[in-house]
Ligand binder design. Sequence first.
Ligand code: ATP
Ligand code: MG
Length: 584
Amino acid sequence: MRWSQFFIPTLREDPADAEVVSHKLLLRAGLVRQLGAGIYSYLPLAWRVMRRIERIIREEMDAIGGQEFLLPALNPREVWEESGRWAVMGDNMFRLKDRKGADLCLGMTHEEVFTSIARHELRSYKQLPQVWYQIQTKFRDEPRPKSGVLRVRQFIMKDAYSFDVDAAGLDKSFEDQKQAYVRIFTRCGLKFAIVEASSGAMGGSQSNEFMVKTDAGEDLIATCDKCGYAANLEKATSQLHVVIDEPSAGDAPAEFPTPGVRTIEDLINFPGGAVAERQIKTLVYVAKDETGEQRPVIALLRGDHQLHETKLADALAASEVRPAHPEEIRALLGASAGSLGGVTAKQSARASNQTLRVVADRALKGRTNMTTGANKDEHHLRGVDIERDIPVDLWTDLRTVQSGERCPNCEEGTLEVAKALEVGHIFKLGTKYSVSMGANVLDQNGKEVPVVMGSYGIGVERIMAAAIELRHDADGIVWTPAIAPFDVVVTVTNMKQAEMRDAGERLYADLQRAGLEVLLDDRDERAGVKFKDADLIGVPFRVTVGKKIADATVELFDRESKQSSDVKLDEVVERVRRLAPDAR
Ligand code: ATP
Ligand code: MG
């Protein structure tokens, strides 16, 4: 490509409305332009990068036996009704009607459509495993599209699905995908962590996310500095030091007035109160299940611990949880949020004809002589022995892990909580879709069994943007060679100088003939401008044709290290070819 004719609309200044680095640089380096909220056009430079990413993905999917499909983005309502997700997907799903009034949606993922093919065509275990994938546009009406292409409403995903006859088969398919993902992200130059993640209410037994640590991410992950333990905060646990309680004085909790006490902090400072570790925090939530039914629940935690809402939702198999409103709390427990407690909670709820579930965090197990609200404004109870006094329905992990806590795995390292960006997500679906949609095969014994499935997604834009977040400097993007839009830029410092121009043209032709993607900067610009632009768009190597051409010498500049070296004209092609990735 000749820069003089190639469309690279670079900007001199950082665009005002862009916050994260990748968004700024995608705009400044002329890769993308915004069309609407969460809707972007990919200009030629971006598309070249994305095509290289897609190629890496294809190679790795094909290497594990993946077969590429292309399914429609436009889906009829019926298949989504069959899985139950027409309702579950709620406002995130783009819905439309055709001219006859029939409901359609734009696919946000493709479990349903792939399963609808599998159920008609796969009949026997002999046809399994199958690994099917596509690289295709997805639509999601995200509540908060933001950060450039990191969270958009239309994006390109590689989604793969595995079909096996049993759980052991799924384990293998899952592991194959995991290893393929490791290779994909490594080849794309990303540093990443594989974390345990919540599988959500949509079922599935195991789920791993591929996370890139960056402040541009919206997730939080906990990682151990010693053993490599890594988990999404929605799943992470930690080793706590043991709290030794004094035994309670009496055989029942004792109520005491606490005028003005509304918070854990207030009760710490109240005479006769308790330190946070000795308090029980009581939070009232409303959990919505898949059918849309809403039910109240209270979550109990140690006073100094924070609830993780996803953990609560997962424990209840709820599709959504939200904090109860003050009126709901009063109607349920007869008190306001500062004086709530588990001891009389079920009774109070029953009195108002509601059933209440009580979920307690494991860190409270066996604790005695605790203090908590009395479900009576400005009154608390002391001497609470949890297992004696509170009817807990479910003990589970609800607590949000904090930086500095002990690793639950090696019990030696310290956990660090950091922001991260999800670039890929793999999970074991099990038989959720095969059962609801009737995808069965005959197993080795001639028995009809539901197909065991897995689902595996990667965001193409996310890889591109994550690569920029991780690899940039004050001058612009620093592409890793494997996904760079060009392998090399040949910069002719002065196009009016015949010797330089001719050498540039010859190098351009020779490098292309060697199989490289070459950008020839043949613009009638000052050398300084050309260097700045080349740095901004981040081509990994620059061959500068300048005055030294008189000695048949050019300069080879490495974008990442910013080192230049003189290279003889007849050695350039070989040098650059060695630097370019083996993929080509
Ligand atoms: P997130 O938690 O970030 O919303 P998700 O859990 O909804 O992601 P999946 O449904 O697992 O994501 O989709 C697979 C991959 O698609 C993600 O790992 C991510 O790389 C990409 N992806 C998902 N949503 C978006 C989006 N709105 N914009 C760009 N890429 C996305
Ligand atoms: Mg999402």
